[in-house]
Design a protein around this ligand. Sequence first.
Ligand code: AMP
Length: 157
Amino acid sequence: MDSESYMFGPYKIDLKQVFYSTQLSYALVNLRPVVPGHVLICPRREIKRFVDLTADETSDIWLTAQKVGLQLESYHKASSLTFTIQDGPQSGQTVPHVHIHILPRKRGDFEKNDEIYDAIKEKEKELKQKLDLDEERKDRTIEEMAEEAANYRKLFT
Ligand code: AMP
C-alpha cells in the first residue's frame, strides 16, 4: 500500500484531513462532527468489520485511539471521552471501513448524556437536519477540516 494514501471505505481521504498515523492506523478529522474534536481512527487496510482486524491492527487502533483521545480531551478542555464503534449496518455503520469515533465530552454537552449516540447515527442526523435546519451538521469544507487537522498535528510532534 502507498504509505501516503488513505482510503475510508469508498472515499479517498485528502491528506490534509489526516493528523496522525502509524504503520497500521490513521486518525482523520470528521466531515460532519457531532461535537468539537469528533474524530475517527481507522485501520490503514480497508476492513469492514471489527472481527476481521488482525491482532496487531486491533492493538494498534486502540493504542492510537488512546493517544489521540488523551490529546484531544485536553485540547478541547473537555473532561471525558466517548469512544464508539458502529460495527455493521444494523448498528448504524454507514461507511464500510472499521472506525472508532472519539468524541471529547463536557458537562451539559447533551441534555441527556446518551443522546450523543442518536447524534452519531447518520440517518437520524439527516432527519434532524431536515427538521431543524441545523447548519452545523452540513458537510464541512476541506479548508475547515485542513485547519483543524493542522492544529491537531502539532499535538503529536
Ligand atoms: P458511521 O455512521 O459510524 O459509519 O460513521 C461514519 C462517520 O464518517 C460519520 O461521523 C461521518 O461524519 C464520517 N464521514 C463520512 N465521510 C467522511 C469523509 N469523507 N471524511 C471524514 N469523515 C467522513
